[in-house]
Design a protein around this ligand. Structure first.
Ligand code: ADP
Ligand code: MG
Length: 256
């Protein structure tokens, strides 16, 4: 999807949670949003998802102003997984993921819808839980169900707000590998808020560093994720280590 964000600003009273945020994205791209707690990552993602109306600026998706789109169209275009999701206690995993098909279902659920749901369950490796109730799952398992729901939605833009926060190391890597691969193969786009700088480095085409609601740096991971930026934004000294597996960011200590 073609994404163009221009001059986005969000005020909470006198506090500017986002200020003059502009960037662009192209089909197939994975864009990570990083930054300290409270820097505006979730606010930015909510504005793009159209769940929060910005005080200033525009969000254009495929050259159209997103505010002019109706909710059904937004639901077909955007698969949003919030940072704090609410689940329905009395829904099974299958029902929850099937809800992702809602924007596509005309009169009844088709065999194709069920196939897409099964594929989404398989992508997240959760087919074995399909009949379980949501409150029988761990935090990480629930998170995978919500990602599967977004996959089943087959949107042109994935918006994931800290999708790996409840996952163990293996599942963090798995989820980002799979969502990145699907983003590329479907020519979709993905904007993902992440805390882990190494995951951001490995899985993104571009990184946006937010600091106090403004873009501090933006560009290719290798250019943006430098010790100088990490120190300026997080107040942490870090070093870059090269190995046979690539480049690694190692946080050392809080800068005093
Ligand atoms: P992040 O996701 O980077 O941790 P958020 O986007 O959640 O940051 O928050 C950015 C800033 O906006 C924070 O200072 C937060 O306290 C503030 N904020 C977020 N939501 C609200 C709200 N509904 N009302 C007032 N302030 C808010
Ligand atoms: Mg957040």
């Amino acid at each position: 999807m073609k994404i163009k964000i221009e001059g986005l600003g969000v005020d909470y009273g006198a506090h500017k949670a986002l200020d003059d945020v502009s960037f662009e994205g192209n089909p197939g791209e994975v864009i990570s949003v990083i930054g300290p707690n409270g820097s505006g990552k979730s606010t930015l993602i909510k504005c793009i998802a159209q769940v929060h109306r910005p005080s200033r600026g525009t969000v254009c998706l495929n050259d159209r102003d997103a505010t002019s789109m109706d909710p059904n169209e937004i639901a077909r275009l955007i698969g949003y997984v919030p940072q704090n999701f609410h689940y329905l206690f009395f829904s099974t995993v299958m029902e929850t993921v099937l809800l992702g098909r809602k924007p596509h279902i005309k009169w009844r659920i088709s065999p194709h819808d069920l196939e897409v749901v099964q594929d989404a369950l398989d992508s997240m490796n959760i087919r074995a839980y399909a009949g379980k109730f949501m409150d029988q799952l761990s935090g990480g398992e629930k998170q995978k169900v919500y990602i599967a729901r977004a996959l089943a939605q087959e949107p042109e833009l994935f918006l994931f707000d800290e999708p790996t926060s409840n996952l163990d190391l293996k599942h963090q890597i798995e989820v980002l590998e799979i969502t990145r691969k699907l983003t590329k193969s479907r020519g979709a786009s993905m904007i993902v808020a992440l805390h882990d700088l190494n995951l951001a480095y490995t899985y993104s085409d571009a990184v946006i560093v937010l600091n106090k609601g403004r873009i501090y740096a933006c560009g290719k991971p290798v250019d943006v994720l430098t010790p100088a930026t990490i120190q300026a934004v997080y107040g942490v000294e870090a070093m870059i280590v090269e190995s046979d597996f690539g480049r690694h960011i190692v946080p050392l200590k809080v800068k005093t």
